[in-house]
Design a binder for this molecule. Sequence first.
Ligand SMILES: Cc1cc2nc3c(=O)[nH]c(=O)nc-3n(C[C@H](O)[C@H](O)[C@H](O)COP(=O)(O)OP(=O)(O)OC[C@H]3O[C@@H](n4cnc5c(N)ncnc54)[C@H](O)[C@@H]3O)c2cc1C
Length: 452
Amino acid sequence: MKTITEPARDVPIYGEYDVAILGGGPAGIAAAVAAARAGRETLLVERYGFLGGMGTAAGVTNFCGLHANVHGEMRRVVQGIASDLLARIDRLGGLNAPHLILGKVLAQAYDTAAYKIAADELLAAHNVNLLFHALGAGVLMHDEARIDALFVETRAGRQAVRAGVFIDCSGDGDLAAWAGAPCEVGDNAGHMLYPSMMFRLNGIDPDKAGDAWRTIPLLMDEAEAKGTHTFPRKGAIVRPQKSGIEWRVNFTQLKRADGRAINGLEPDDLTRGEIDGRRQAIAAFNFLRTVPGFEKSYIVDLPPQLGIRETRRVLGGYQLSGADVLGCASFQDSIGVNGWPMEMHMAGEVIFKFPPIPESRGYNELPYRMLVPEGIDNLLVAGRCASMTHEGQSAARVSGACFAMGEAAGTAAALALSGNTRPRDIEVEKLQDALRGQGAFIGRDQAVPQAL
Ligand SMILES: Cc1cc2nc3c(=O)[nH]c(=O)nc-3n(C[C@H](O)[C@H](O)[C@H](O)COP(=O)(O)OP(=O)(O)OC[C@H]3O[C@@H](n4cnc5c(N)ncnc54)[C@H](O)[C@@H]3O)c2cc1C
């Protein structure tokens, strides 16, 4: 690639903080609240004008991984800050009752507007400083192992954010990669989980539609067998939102010309993915309009961006694996749990793999080492770009585990600062005590929460 040289320039310092977090998805929301609640001056930087990450920006509108199937009984195993957020969404009238997925585990849908507002209120209640419309663009290193500042591009130009501890909740490992932390991408052979363009339909007749989420996949199989339609993937998820006239549609799958998943780190791939995603959404809509109850439906929302499931995963002291998920692994340094199964978005299909149900407890613990990147001393990472294998990430990337990781990372950052030590050197027992004390469920010998 040809290059040009950008002239050196002085960059204004936007502010200096104890903790700076890049990315306001589930992980970033929880990290910011946890650090601020522990008394640390905290800044959350987000490129959009709202919080929620893929959950709002990509139209996901559904929480997975909050629950686990514990020996045949449904339990909400992600608590703590997630409980506060859920209660706020509920008070706004935007939270569905949990619904059963594949007869095995619960998920819980929500309204995007309520999520955005509830997240604003949650951060305000804990005095988190927020900087919207700021795209993280690089770092200045103090030395090889220490980040001095995060550069952000804003409407007022490039600015610098200084902090004692940085937390990468960008989902894509942007901050960690700029700092030089080692990362993996996909399965290291060029395959990532496939992205999807979500959308929502309104104008559905709920009585007529009934439980169409069961029949739609069968109707798709029939249409393909007849040769009237071809679909980008099997395993379409079309389910009602809180008001039965509105349904979310998780139907599409975006690939490159060579058949591999669109790469969320490549600008040209992203451009193609957005356009193809909308094209697939219209094709899906035309099919869905033939389903009883959907005849008068219309697309009420195509989200701001394509839904990216996987790009970089930052290498930390431990990589959560698919075997850990299926084997309900325990870890001495557990900071939370994941109850979601492996959910591999492969070419043309979605493959779920559950731990044995009801024989197993249905959740794995998440070790603190997943959040501590190799090589960088004042950086933590939380969410879908934390230290996991390709298979492990297919499970623990969902919102529930991201909330848990974020809460732990924010709490750990505060502990490191108060002990004047590196995040990797904090006493994990103190972190675990703090998390339990603030209502989180971290597994170990803690009683599994009863409430849903
Ligand atoms: C199509 C699709 C369907 C899904 N379905 C479900 C589901 O039903 N239930 C479920 O729980 N999960 C689902 N997931 C997964 C889940 O939504 C994500 O994995 C989860 O949101 C990850 O949380 P996160 O906080 O790690 O990152 P993200 O949610 O990706 O949030 C990262 C945030 O960082 C911001 N950001 C990134 N880079 C920068 C930068 N350089 N500068 C500034 N800001 C930046 C982004 O704008 C974003 O707000 C789905 C994902 C997709 C793509």
